[in-house]
Design a protein around this ligand. Structure first.
Ligand SMILES: *[C@@H]1O[C@H](CO)[C@@H](O)[C@H](O)[C@H]1NC(C)=O
Ligand SMILES: *[C@@H]1O[C@H](CO)[C@@H](O)[C@H](O)[C@H]1NC(C)=O
Ligand SMILES: *[C@@H]1O[C@H](CO)[C@@H](O)[C@H](O)[C@H]1NC(C)=O
Length: 454
């Protein structure tokens, strides 16, 4: 009975809106105002026109923000909060519509505007970047984590030498001025550091930042920016990474990064670099341990990084890699490795000899078999991502052209090489022994070097 009644009511409502006479007049709202309520935040308000007839129709409003691209809303209320950068000024328009009819007829637009603040745009701070970072807060148990904020910028080209800049941030309803600035050569503030902020460690909203300034000789135009918190959060790397070898078993463990996000919110990436075979194995996991069986005796370098998983927040960047941990030991190559060279040579020779009779695709399939064999000999790590010095290029000794075509250089993602280089760069501060290993890796990959020049 009840659903039938609802349907009936709905029909009545629709009828009422649809059966409004053609002379039903929608009048524009009145007293439309835009008021700055706080940093990069405005309140838009209007009133229905006093002469607006209703005849039982429900009125709504179509609000269009020009910021500077249009942003449209259909709302029932006569007030709306809006976050926007205000240094270019701000304008919006609103008109009356019928709430129950889509598309609705509409009144004329009425508009309101905030003028851009004084000062030439060239005096504004430029190239503002900000990052947040979470640290443990040992002092209070109620807020076990504190979020720091660091921002940097440059003085505008037209800013006089005596300009001074000031930075403010707003998170929610809390606004705070910077108290720890660093200066450029002209003693103008160009960076700011908040050791603690009101930012929530699991925060997902926007962070508003304003840099305004003053100068005795010119008006300095403020500069606003809204940052999405997940995009500027510099996540800590995982802590206490340990790697242990027991026979051929490699066990890696680490701890969740220092962060307000709980254990289940993390994705990890583990990189295991085998010094002897010069390859990198890459693994993703959500656990804080990773165990693998390695094929042979070698020194292994292990690094781990973390990112907040999409189940807990919009995707952000990976953390830095953890400090590299070395485990395992260097030893003589096992005899199987020596066997591999003649074996793959024989396979290649056999294939090249039979090339004349086979189609290219057959050859390609056969070579894929050869590749499997070769991989089988070099180890059972099926998800291995080999470095530039993969075992297969040995084939090219026999028939360079064919083998190179069929096996284009192993297509490791470019960024991976750079990432490895980045992790490897840590090593330069480490022992001399590890540094020399690292350098030999770089020398092996001319393509990797090309990638670095970007
Ligand atoms: C609009 O503003 C004027 C002047 O501030 C005021 O007199 C008037 O009552 C307002 N109209 C409405 C509908 O609130
Ligand atoms: C600001 O950044 C742009 C591009 O990122 C760069 O071209 C420009 O030189 C930078 N300006 C200053 C003053 O550093
Ligand atoms: C800069 O902006 C803040 C916050 O909006 C304001 O309180 C302060 O007076 C402004 N300073 C200058 C020099 O404009």
């Amino acid at each position: 009975m009840a659903p039938a009644l609802l349907v009936l009511l709905g029909t009545v409502a629709t009828l009422r809106a649809d059966t409004l006479p053609d002379d039903f007049l929608l009048l524009p709202p009145v007293n439309f105002t835009i008021k700055v309520t706080s940093l990069a935040q405005v309140l838009l308000r209007w009133k229905p026109h006093p002469d607006q007839e209703q005849r039982g129709a429900r009125l709504g409003y179509h609000l269009r923000i020009h910021a500077p691209q249009d942003d449209d809303y259909e709302i029932k209320y006569t007030v709306r909060k809006y976050e926007a950068v205000l240094h270019r000024g701000f304008s919006a328009s609103v008109r009356t519509i019928l709430w129950e009819r889509r598309p609705s007829p509409a009144s004329r637009w009425v508009s309101a505007e905030l003028k851009a603040p004084p000062g030439s745009p060239g005096t504004s701070a430029v190239n503002l970047t900000c990052t947040t970072n979470t640290a443990a807060n040992s002092h209070t148990e109620s807020r076990p984590y504190r979020v720091s904020l660091h921002c940097g910028w440059r003085a505008g080209k037209e800013a006089p030498p005596d300009t001074q800049y000031f930075l403010y941030y707003r998170y929610g309803s809390w606004t705070e001025e910077c108290r720890e600035y660093s200066q450029d050569a002209l003693e103008r503030n160009v960076a700011c550091w908040f050791p603690t902020t009101s930012i929530d460690g699991k925060g997902q909203g926007a962070l508003a930042v304003r840099i305004n300034g003053s100068s005795p000789s010119a008006a300095i135009r403020p500069y606003d920016r809204l940052f999405a918190l997940h995009e500027i959060d510099r996540v800590n790397p995982p802590g206490n990474v340990t790697a242990e070898m027991e026979g051929t078993r490699l066990s890696i463990r680490w701890e969740k990064p220092i962060s307000a996000f709980p254990d289940h919110c993390w994705d990890y990436e583990v990189r295991i670099y085998s010094a002897r075979k010069d390859y990198v194995q890459l693994e993703n996991t959500t656990a804080t341990t990773f165990n693998t069986t390695v094929s042979d005796v070698s020194k292994y370098c292990v690094v781990v990084r973390a990112a907040v998983s999409f189940t807990c927040r919009e995707p952000g960047a990976w953390s830095a890699w953890s400090q590299p941990i070395w485990t395992g030991k260097d030893e003589q190559k096992p005899w199987t490795e020596w066997l591999l060279v003649p074996l793959s040579a024989a396979l290649c020779a056999a294939l090249v000899c039979s090339l004349g009779r086979r189609t290219l695709s057959e050859v390609s399939m056969a070579l894929t078999e050869a590749e499997k064999h070769s991989l089988w000999f070099t180890g059972p790590d099926t998800r291995t991502e080999r470095g530039p010095k993969a075992p297969l290029p040995r084939c090219s000794v026999f028939r360079g052209q064919v083998c190179t075509k069929l096996f284009p250089p192993v297509p490791g993602p470019k960024s991976d090489i750079r990432d490895l280089m980045a992790s490897v760069n840590y090593e330069k501060t480490g022992s001399g022994e590890t540094e020399s290993e690292v350098v030999s890796y770089v020398d092996e990959g001319p393509e990797a070097l090309e990638d670095l020049v970007f």
